[in-house]
Design a protein around this ligand. Structure first.
Ligand code: FMN
Length: 434
């Protein structure tokens, strides 16, 4: 398929093309539904707009927030989102996704504390409320690049990813997995001390916990059965839970569909190739709710490296998908909606709302109004226009939306500070990659 270029002038245009593609996108012009507060455990998000985690590759060598990190979160804080899902923060030096990925340690705790408190204060001062802030704790697993080059730590060799199998030393033993589970406890305690309201045991986009969900072929305690494949995630939750107290909550950003054929993808129909099959995702969400007592769940799908169109539909990029972006968007909304429908008492945050640009508020309102998610989570839009939540909440048009050019992702992949090359040109440009 040739590159699609977003050319829609109205929702009617969008609906016509979506219908031709066999896709129904929920829509409501009553964006006031996004103004309703949402209780999350002992906390309350002031509205239904969430900022999804967006790594900036702009930390210091030791993992503290750098100048650009602080600038990003100052802008996000003032933008008016009810919840900020703070980007991936590494649980150990060797599992950082880049040499500039944030990493929370006892030595830099004060740097994080200062930033979290500034986010709260700025939100309160500008908008009259502070956002709920969840920190995403990560083990980058196969995407570990602590020195700027790949140093993969994998759950199993996967011929869809590795033409030549990686050496045995890259495959994490059960004992190493156990040690990594424990580190989520160490990080959770620090996250609470830093002032975050909650912590996400990251389980998406094929980072370690997410890759293990599809470890059908791995022998031993972490492969094969559903119980084994979810062991790491659930043990990491247990370890985090034991390390925190009071109102601090735990949650996950969960891939319920990988988009790779069985036996290499979680959430796929084994017989029919790539169709989503969500029974295990629904079951896992239920366990997280009932046994781990999470008060909110963030749902996503796909892999930003191998099938980015599934993860974040876009117009232009290095990789041309063989499907219309509306098909990707429809799949994402379907997966989010099925999890929310199966667990109506667990607030679900949906992903990938940015593709529809100035029309995305009506998609967000449609999803929330129809009970298909409790909050709409935006990623790239926040880089393009950090004020977008306030614009939506006050009924103003989104006049500087993300154009899904993929520039921010290109910067991220190259290990450069990531931001919007279109709307924030003074700070970000692809020139640095030349
Ligand atoms: C530059 C960049 C950084 C990202 N960093 C993270 C991250 O730290 N954690 C995560 O779970 N997802 C991350 N994502 C994925 C986004 O949170 C989001 O799921 C994706 O961009 C789709 O949403 P959107 O269409 O609203 O942008 C990142 C995406 C981009 C483009």
């Amino acid at each position: 398929m040739a590159h699609e270029v977003f050319h829609y002038k109205s929702w009617e245009d969008i609906e016509k093309t979506a219908l031709e593609q066999g896709v129904m996108l929920p829509r409501s012009s009553n964006t006031d539904v996004l103004k309703a507060p949402l209780p999350i455990g002992a906390h309350t998000a002031h509205n239904r707009i969430a900022l999804q985690p967006m790594e900036g590759t702009d930390g210091t060598e030791s993992g503290s927030p750098g100048e650009l990190t602080i600038r990003r979160y100052r802008r996000f804080a003032e933008g008016g989102a009810g919840l900020i899902w703070f980007e991936a923060v590494a649980t150990a030096p060797e599992v950082r996704a880049s040499a500039r990925q944030l990493m929370l340690t006892k030595d830099n705790l004060d740097d994080f504390r200062r930033l979290v408190s500034e986010i709260k204060e700025r939100g309160l001062k500008k908008n009259g409320y502070a956002p709920v802030i969840v920190m995403q704790a990560t083990n980058s697993g196969r995407y570990s690049k602590p020195h700027g080059r790949p140093e993969p730590l994998i759950a199993y060799n996967n011929p869809l990813f590795e033409e030549t199998p990686l050496p045995k030393s890259c495959i994490l033993s059960d004992d190493r997995l156990k040690a990594y589970e424990e580190l989520f406890g160490v990080t959770a305690r620090l996250a609470q001390q830093a002032g975050f309201d909650g912590m996400d045991v990251k389980c998406c986009h094929r980072y370690l916990a997410s890759e293990l969900l599809s470890a059908y072929t791995r022998p031993g305690a972490y492969g094969g059965s559903f119980e084994n494949r979810t062991r790491f995630l659930l043990n990491a939750h247990r370890s985090a839970k034991a390390a925190v107290s009071g109102d601090f909550f735990l949650t996950s950003r969960l891939n319920v569909y990988d988009g790779f054929a069985y036996p290499y993808g979680f959430g796929v129909e084994p017989e029919s190739g790539l169709a989503p099959r969500l029974d295990e995702g629904i079951r896992l969400a239920g366990i997280l709710k009932e046994q781990m007592h999470i008060p909110v769940l963030n749902i996503t799908i796909g892999n930003p490296y191998k099938n980015p169109h599934v993860n974040r539909p876009y117009d232009r990029g290095n990789y041309v998908p063989d499907e219309h972006p509306f098909v990707g968007l429809g799949r994402m909304m379907h997966c989010v909606g099925e999890i929310q429908r199966a667990h109506p008492d667990l607030p679900v945050i949906g992903s990938a709302f940015s593709y529809l640009r100035q029309f995305s508020p009506e998609l967000a309102a449609g999803m929330v109004e129809q009970g298909l998610c409790a909050m709409a989570g935006f990623g790239r839009m926040a880089f393009a226009d950090p004020e977008f939540p306030n614009k939506i909440l006050s009924g103003k048009p989104l006049d500087a939306p993300c154009v899904t050019c993929g520039g921010c992702a290109q910067l991220l992949r190259a290990g450069s500070p990531a931001g919007c090359i279109v709307r924030d040109r003074e700070k970000y440009s692809l020139e640095v990659l030349k």
